[in-house]
Design a protein around this ligand. Structure first.
Ligand code: HEC
Ligand code: HEC
Length: 349
């Protein structure tokens, strides 16, 4: 009898230890991708740890990254606006306006090329961009000076030095460590489990009737999936749909990077997830509403020599247009709303 009882006690204790260990292990795993999204491939040279993601979150919201302490990443990519800023073009330090609209940070984990023209190959590389951009976050003369000054400001904060030490094992951290932490945080900002994902997974009540009709317009009649394809509604390609091409000196987009003539006016096809929350639209923020976007495509874009051959009049009915807009709203999901700005006493001192 006694033997059986002690065996039971031993196995109970073992079970308790195992489940504790399992809970601990889970705590060290990145958040689960919501329905509709594939697993994130974490870069070998910058693997996930919860401490790194948390350090990245603090940096993301910290205005001390900018030379005059007035602008953080979150200023232009604000969680309240689905990680955009709600403006046509962004405003950086000293009230300076840039030429392009701030894209969302949501689901950037799934894409290598960053920026409207794809000029940064990774999120790590991208994160260093704004810190050295004289319109966005610095008044320093060149990129190296801006990065050095940013690191100096952060190294002067003992709370940061401790955190970098814990995460990267060095108190002498560099701009690359800053970028790695921020990129890790960004890879946890996701959107999936939208009505569209639930519908696709078999829940036929997840989308309204007009959304189901709009889905058919999207895929069949208007073939928006020629470019907005796959789980993230983008094939990552650079296309010319005519935005801004009627201006006297248009932004030439991808051409500025590749110098390929046919890429004049081509921009990266953006994700359509959370599109309901990221107005105004396009690289220049020139279209205010989703209705405006649908009108743009219905009329066949804006004529110019490099307009994509699929951008031509669609002859959508009034009903088609309304349904298409409804469908775009079925792409609003979850995986990003939990992100909160640190409280006033939470930022390292
Ligand atoms: C002053 C506003 C501003 C600030 C501050 C800012 N950004 Fe941006 N961000 C933009 C704009 C505008 C673009 C698009 C620029 C372009 O494509 O040329 C952009 C592009 C991006 C992209 C690429 C998204 C895509 O779809 O390709 C990411 C990621 C990003 N920013 C993250 C950050 C991070 C991280 C920080 C802080 C280190 C930051 N941004 C600071 C305005 C800002
Ligand atoms: C030929 C490729 C292509 C096709 C087809 C296409 N798009 Fe786009 N879409 C793009 C590109 C490229 C952009 C960004 C253009 C820019 O800013 O200059 C864009 C931008 C958008 C935006 C704004 C995104 C943002 O974050 O500002 C929405 C919304 C959109 N498209 C919806 C649609 C719908 C709906 C259809 C079908 C009627 C469609 N697209 C067809 C390539 C395409």
């Amino acid at each position: 009898m006694a033997d059986v009882r002690s065996k039971a006690v031993v196995s109970f204790i073992l079970l308790a230890i195992v489940s504790c260990l399992r809970a601990l292990a889970q705590e060290h795993e990145p958040p689960r991708e919501p329905l509709g999204l594939p697993p994130i491939i974490w870069p070998e040279e910058n693997p996930y740890t919860p401490e790194k993601a948390e350090l990245g979150r603090l940096l993301y919201f910290d205005k001390r990254l900018s030379s005059d302490g007035s602008v953080a990443c979150a200023t232009c990519h604000n969680p309240a606006n689905a990680f955009t800023d709600g403006a046509a073009v962004s405003t950086g330090i000293k009230g300076q306006k840039g030429g392009r609209s701030a894209p969302t940070v949501i689901n950037r984990a799934y894409s290598l090329a960053q920026f409207w023209d794809g000029r940064a190959a990774t999120l790590e590389e991208q994160a260093k961009g704004p810190i050295a951009n004289p319109i966005e976050m610095t008044s320093d003369a060149d990129a190296a000076a801006a990065h050095r000054a940013c690191v100096e400001r952060l190294r002067a904060v003992p709370g940061y030095v401790d955190r970098f030490d814990k995460v990267f094992g060095t108190r002498e951290f560099t701009i690359d460590h800053v970028a790695k932490a921020i990129a890790t945080f960004e890879r946890t900002v996701l959107s999936g489990n939208a009505p569209f994902d639930k519908y696709k997974a078999g829940d036929k009540t997840a989308m309204s009737e007009d959304q189901v009709r709009g889905m058919k317009v999207f895929f069949d009649k208007a073939t928006c999936d020629r470019c907005h394809i796959g789980f993230n509604f983008t094939d990552g390609s650079y296309e010319n749909i005519g935005i801004g091409m009627d201006k006297p000196e248009p932004d030439l987009g991808r051409y500025l990077i590749t110098k390929r003539e046919k890429e004049k006016g081509a921009f990266k096809t953006p994700t359509l997830r959370e599109i309901e929350h990221t107005a105004p639209y396009m690289h220049d923020g020139s279209l205010k509403t989703l209705e405006d976007v649908v009108e743009h495509y219905d009329k066949g874009g804006i004529k110019n020599p490099n307009l994509h051959e699929r951008i031509k009049p669609l002859n959508l009915t009034k009903q088609d247009k309304a349904d298409l807009v409804s469908f775009l709203k079925a792409l609003s999901g979850e995986g990003w709303r939990h992100v909160k700005a640190p409280g006033p006493n939470e930022l390292p001192r």
